[in-house]
Design a binder for this molecule. Structure first.
Ligand code: LFR
Length: 493
C-alpha cells in the first residue's frame, strides 16, 4: 500500500503532543510534529483544564503536520481518563472542564454509597473506587452547586477526547474506552447504566451515544479545512483513553501469559481479559474493568506511578535544585538500596503541596529512617513501586487463577532502566520494556484499522512487534528483595 499518515493527539499530565505515524502497511514510523505544555490552571482554588489553549496547540500541531507531510488520512485524540466538558444546546462549553486532581470530589464516594451501596456500584460497573471518577465529579457538582439544578442549560457531557473530536468535526459521541472509566457504564452491556444514572439523580439526556472504539467520528469541519488546510481527513474514535491506546501497543504475540504496566504518571498494571471480572476478590484487591478494543477488557489496578518522582522533582526545583529525570535516576541508583519505603497508593501522596515532605511524613509515621537527599527520595519511590508491582502481579494471578511469566512495561516510564531492573528482580518475572511511545502508536494503529488498513488487534500487535524497540530484563533472584517485600506487606497491612 502507499504510505498513509495518521495523526495522534496525546494529552498527558506534563505535556501534549501531536505525533504523525507514517504507515506503509507493514511498519509504522512515528515523529512528533508539535509538543506543548499541558498546564492545569488553578482559579480561586479549583483546578481546571486549559481547554482553549490546548485546542489552539492541537490546531497548531495539525497545521505543522499538514505543512510538512500533507493532510493526514485520519486524526485520533487520547487523554487521561475520567474528565469531561459540558456543552449547552448550541454546542458551547458551559464552564471550564475541571481536572480530576481537584479536591471537589473529597467525601463524594462516601455520599454516593448512601445512595447506592458500594458493592452494587462495583457489581454494575466493574469499576474501582477512585475518588475522582466521573460519577463522583458529577455528584460533587450537585453537592457544591449554588443553584438547585447544576445541570440546567447543559445539553451534553463529552469526555475530553470526545470534546476535542467535537471541536474537529461538530459531532458528539462517547468513545467506549474513555466512557468506561467514568463508573457510569454497565460493564457487561457496555452502555450507560441508566438505573445507576437515575438513582444518582443525574440527567440521562446529557450522555451521548456510546461510539465503538475504532469507528469513524466524521470529517473535519469545512471551517478547519479553510483554517489549517486539513482537507479529506477523517476523525477516528481511536481509544480516547490513553491507557487503552497504550495497551493496544503491547508487543505481545500468541502467548497468553503476560501482564502489562502502562507506565507514566500512573502505573496501570493488569491483564487483558475477554469479559469483566467482577467478584469479591477483584473488589478487595482494587482491580477495575476498563474497556479495551476488540471485545477486550483491561483488568487493571491504578498505582500512583511516576507521579511520585515527577512531583518530588517539582519540590526539588521549587527548592532551587533544578535536576532532570536522568540525573535523578542516577542519584537513585547511587543511593543505598533497600532503605525506607512507602505505600505508593497512600492517599497523602495523591496531590500533596510538597511531595518530598509527604514522602518523608509517610516514613516518619511508619517508624522508618527519613530519606533526605534527592537520591534517597527517588530510590524510595522506585523501590516502593517495584514492591507494589510484585503485590499486584501476585494478586492478578490469584484473582485470574493463572501465572504471568512476563511483564510488558510500555510508555514513558519504560525509559527508567533502574525501575525496569528493580521490577524484574523484585517480581521474579521477565520484564520486556517498550515501546516508549505506546500510546501514540496504539492511537495511530487503531486509526489505521478504522480506515481498513489493518484487520484486528492481533494485526496491530504484529506491526508493533515488527517495529518495537524493546529491552528485556531477565530477573536476577536476590533474597534481599524477599525481605524487603515482607516489610512492604507489613507496611500496607
Ligand atoms: C493514565 C490515566 C489512568 C487513569 C488516570 C486518571 O494517564 O488515564 O488510566 O486512571 O489517568 O484519568
Amino acid at each position: 500500500m502507499a504510505t498513509k499518515d495518521f495523526l495522534a493527539v496525546d494529552l498527558g499530565a506534563e505535556s501534549g503532543r501531536t505525533i504523525v505515524g507514517h504507515f506503509d502497511g507493514e511498519e509504522l514510523q512515528i515523529e512528533e510534529s508539535h509538543r506543548f505544555a499541558n498546564l492545569q490552571i488553578d482559579v480561586l482554588g479549583t483546578v481546571y483544564w486549559d481547554t482553549l489553549r490546548l485546542w489552539h496547540e492541537i490546531k497548531t500541531g495539525i497545521a505543522k503536520a499538514v505543512r510538512q507531510f500533507g493532510p493526514p488520512s485520519a486524526i485520533g485524540i487520547d487523554t487521561w481518563g475520567i474528565d469531561f466538558g459540558l456543552l449547552n444546546a448550541e454546542g458551547s462549553l458551559v464552564g471550564n472542564p475541571v481536572c480530576y486532581r481537584d479536591a471537589r470530589t473529597d467525601g463524594m464516594m462516601e455520599a454516593a454509597f448512601e445512595i447506592m451501596p458500594r458493592d452494587e456500584v462495583f457489581q454494575r460497573t466493574g469499576i474501582q473506587f477512585l475518588k475522582f471518577n466521573t460519577l463522583y465529579q458529577l455528584l460533587a457538582m450537585k453537592h457544591h452547586a449554588a443553584s438547585a439544578d447544576p445541570f440546567s442549560g447543559v445539553a451534553s457531557l463529552l469526555f475530553m477526547p470526545d470534546l476535542l473530536s467535537f471541536f474537529l468535526t461538530g459531532r458528539k459521541g462517547a468513545e467506549y474506552s474513555i466512557a468506561s472509566t467514568s463508573q457510569l457504564l454497565d460493564a457487561v452491556s457496555k452502555t450507560w447504566d441508566l438505573k445507576l444514572i437515575e438513582q444518582f439523580g443525574l440527567p440521562e439526556g446529557i450522555f451521548p451515544e456510546i461510539v465503538p472504539t475504532g469507528s469513524v467520528v466524521g470529517d473535519v469541519t469545512s471551517h478547519l479545512v479553510d483554517e489549517i488546510g486539513v482537507v479529506g481527513t477523517k476523525v477516528i474514535a481511536s481509544p480516547g483513553h490513553d491507557t487503552a491506546a497504550a495497551v493496544v501497543a503491547v508487543p505481545a504475540g500468541q502467548r497468553n501469559d503476560w501482564c502489562y504496566i502502562s507506565s507514566g504518571t500512573w502505573s496501570l498494571m493488569g491483564a487483558e481479559v475477554p469479559s469483566p471480572v467482577i467478584n469479591a476478590k477483584a473488589l478487595a484487591c482494587k482491580f477495575t474493568n476498563e474497556g479495551g478494543i476488540g471485545n477486550t477488557i483491561r483488568f487493571l489496578k491504578n498505582i500512583m506511578g511516576l507521579w511520585l518522582v515527577q512531583q518530588s522533582r517539582k519540590s526539588f526545583v521549587e527548592a532551587g535544585n533544578e535536576l532532570d529525570y536522568a540525573t535523578l535516576t542516577r542519584l537513585a541508583e547511587e543511593a543505598p538500596a533497600f532503605g525506607s519505603i512507602v505505600d505508593p497508593n497512600n492517599e497523602s501522596l495523591f496531590n500533596p503541596t510538597n511531595m518530598v515532605e509527604a514522602i518523608q511524613d509517610c516514613c516518619r509515621r511508619s517508624d522508618q529512617p527519613v530519606p533526605s537527599d534527592e537520591g534517597a527520595i527517588v530510590r524510595c519511590c522506585l523501590e516502593s513501586l517495584a514492591l507494589c508491582y510484585r503485590q499486584t502481579v501476585e494478586e492478578l494471578e490469584e484473582v485470574l487463577g493463572k501465572r504471568f511469566s512476563t511483564i510488558h512495561i510500555v510508555g514513558g516510564g519504560c525509559r527508567n532502566e533502574l525501575l525496569c531492573r528493580m521490577t524484574a528482580d523484585c517480581t521474579g518475572r521477565v520484564v520486556v520494556a517498550g515501546p516508549v511511545e505506546a500510546t501514540s502508536i496504539g492511537n495511530c494503529l487503531v486509526q489505521a484499522m478504522a480506515v481498513g488498513e489493518l484487520g484486528s488487534l492481533a494485526d496491530i500487535r504484529a506491526v508493533v512487534r515488527r517495529n518495537a524497540d524493546v529491552k528485556t530484563y531477565e530477573p536476577q533472584p536476590n533474597p534481599q528483595w524477599d525481605e524487603h517485600y515482607a516489610r512492604y506487606r507489613a507496611l500496607i497491612s
